[in-house]
Each structure stands twice: as structure tokens, then as C-alpha cells.
Design a protein around this ligand. Structure first.
Ligand code: CU
Length: 127
């Protein structure tokens, strides 16, 4: 009984913190679907959470999570060419954007296209 009371209190406190930060009562927890085949986080310091990623060839569901406080995008480049019209955008901390891109096996580069963010670059190996 005492234990469940504590859990409930913690949940209430957590929601009020979220509401206070977001300025909106509609804050929802970030849910990344199980079907996601590539998860990339934008982190502070104008970088991704890894310098290289891997995925399985075919339709790849991509989740882009913003752990930073500013806007970032995510595109896939092969050689010097952007692949298709695929672009994910996360405008603020906590944002998650989802999209699907079809990629055959090969070596690609992930980029953020926001001006000044050219250091946000990572290798993507698709097998
Ligand atoms: Cu960026």
C-alpha cells in the first residue's frame, strides 16, 4: 500500500515537471515504436549520439530524437547526393520525428542540414 502511494506521487510530480517545462498540458512521453530500424539522437554540442550507425536494407523506419534544445534535421546522403525527399525535423528538446526510407545495402552518411551544423555527420552502413 505504502509502495504504490509512493509510485503514484512520483508519477504526479514527474508530470507536473513535464507540464512546467513544456508550457503545455499535452506533454506525452516519447514512444519509439518497436518497428524502428534506426534510432538517431541529436545531442548537445552539435552532434549525433554516435559516429556510425547500422541498419538492415529495405524499408527502414527511422526515429530522430532531439535531446538538444535547438532545431535539427536528419537527411541521408549517398556520395554527394541526398537520398530521395527523406528529411526528419525536430524543433525542440524532446521532439521525436519518424519516417521511413528505402535503402539498398551500401554506405551512406547522415547529416543535419541546419546552417552551421556541418559537424553533425555520421556514417550509416546498410547491410
Ligand atoms: Cu543540427
Amino acid at each position: 500500500m505504502q509502495r504504490s502511494t509512493k509510485v503514484t506521487l512520483a508519477a504526479v510530480l514527474f508530470s507536473s515537471v513535464l507540464a512546467a517545462c513544456g508550457g503545455s498540458s499535452a506533454s506525452e512521453p516519447v514512444v519509439i515504436p518497436d518497428t524502428v530500424g534506426l534510432e538517431v539522437h541529436a545531442v548537445s554540442g552539435l552532434k549525433f549520439d554516435a559516429s556510425s550507425y547500422t541498419a538492415t536494407a529495405g524499408d527502414i523506419e527511422v526515429a530522430y530524437v532531439n535531446e538538444d534544445s535547438i532545431r535539427h534535421t536528419l537527411v541521408v546522403v549517398e556520395g554527394d547526393t541526398k537520398v530521395g525527399s527523406f528529411e526528419l525535423k525536430v524543433n525542440k528538446s524532446g521532439d521525436v520525428d519518424l519516417g521511413t526510407i528505402n535503402l539498398p545495402a551500401g554506405n551512406y552518411v547522415l547529416l543535419c542540414t541546419v546552417p552551421g551544423h556541418q559537424n553533425m555527420k555520421a556514417d550509416l552502413t546498410v547491410k
